[in-house]
Design a protein around this ligand. Structure first.
Ligand code: FES
Ligand SMILES: [Fe+2]
Length: 366
């Protein structure tokens, strides 16, 4: 039985009256396991960028909803995803990233599969009865691409990605996401439940207290939150009287998109900083930052990137620290639920409503 899982805690109330989700939802390990099934295995999960598997036979391994997933560029140049689990006795096809493979060979007894997942070579298989190779291809995972970003959906029935992300492309013009160059990935372990990190991302309420330097750059008076069916946007123009050189000369505004459940797209002219959160257990997660820029090669661009990354790391450190304190606070016998600022926490409320919607659907309609 899941803790505090009742019609009352699952009810979605208007922002003005709503309570935050119960503390136990952030600390209980059975709740965490439930979320893996009803949220992470049933929504589009970012798995990488097309430029990470540029050539035929390039492979990457990613963890999605606790599963090891293999991303492959097949012999026709198409990106595919498979469960990284051999159909023989569940060995791994890959234990790390690779390039230029002509086929996929299991690391246990050497069964081989074509890059599009058909079983091909089966060593020492004489006298085996009632076995058809075509029945033992790799299990495929639904995969899609949006603006160069690759997503997988383990359930196979998440809404189309264009529906989930509708409106983003148009809203950010003249900025674009396509044709960006990958710069680097940074992984930050954080001592909190994944939802603590998401809640924190979803409001600028904490910025003046937790991020005094960032606060000098954002124009708080024009900070807006927009709620869309599957994502919310926090938008902030930069202050014209502040030094925002860490974002480059053309930066005048920032778009902070949060796509349910765990993806964040931080867009500033010429730059996409993508973050996604992976729960590790109920009380730990890791946040992965992928940086993309229009230009990653010129000397000036590299200096700019180094400044941007350094600045983001500072903000990230501040967030990690406060999130770990919040996780600790959620265990207090004094705390059960809280309330929302109508002016500043609409994004958190929107996220928690989507969360409840997913949990409810699976509770009441199977
Ligand atoms: S588990 Fe893959 S070949 Fe045996
Ligand atoms: Fe923050």
């Amino acid at each position: 039985m899941l803790p505090d899982f009742t019609p009352t805690t699952l009810a979605i109330e208007p922002l003005e009256r709503a309570e935050t989700i119960p503390a136990s939802w952030y600390t209980d390990s059975s709740f965490n396991a439930h979320e893996r099934e009803v949220i992470f295995a049933r929504t589009w999960q970012y798995i990488g960028h097309v430029c990470m598997i540029p050539n035929i036979g390039d492979t990457r391994v990613a963890s999605v909803a606790g599963e090891s997933i293999l991303l492959v560029r097949d012999q026709h140049g198409q990106a595919r995803a498979f469960y990284n689990v051999c159909r023989h006795r569940a060995g791994p096809l890959a234990t790390g990233d690779g390039c230029g493979a002509r086929m996929l060979q299991c690391k246990y007894h050497g069964w081989t599969y074509t890059l599009d997942g058909r079983l091909r070579g089966v060593p020492h298989w004489n006298r085996v009865d009632l076995f058809e190779r075509e029945d033992f291809g790799l299990r495929a995972v639904r995969i899609t691409e949006w603006e160069g970003l690759l997503f997988v959906d383990l359930s196979g029935d998440a809404p189309q990605i264009d529906e989930v992300l509708a409106g983003i492309r148009e809203r950010i013009t003249p900025a674009t996401l396509r044709d960006k160059q990958f710069h680097a990935r940074y992984v930050y372990p954080v001592a909190c439940n994944w939802k603590v990190y998401m809640d924190n991302y979803l409001e600028g309420y904490h910025v003046p207290i937790v991020h005094p330097e960032l606060n000098k750059v954002l124009d708080y008076t024009n900070y807006v939150t927009e709620a869309h069916p599957w994502y919310s946007l926090q938008y902030s123009p930069f202050r014209s009287d502040a030094d925002n050189s860490m974002y480059g000369a053309n930066a005048t505004e920032a778009f902070y998109y949060c796509v349910f459940p765990n993806l964040m797209l931080n867009i500033i002219a010429g730059r996409l900083q993508l973050n996604y959160v992976r729960p590790l257990d109920a009380e730990h997660c890791e946040v992965i930052f992928d940086y993309f820029y229009d230009d990653v090669t010129s000397h000036a661009a590299q200096e700019q990137i180094a400044t941007d990354v350094r600045y983001s790391e500072e903000v990230q450190r501040e967030d990690e620290e406060i999130c770990a304190h919040v996780q600790h606070g959620l265990h207090s016998r004094s705390y059960h639920t809280g309330r929302f600022s109508v002016e500043r926490e609409e994004g958190v409320h929107h996220f928690q409503a989507l969360l409840k919607g997913c949990l409810k659907k699976r509770t009441y309609s199977g």
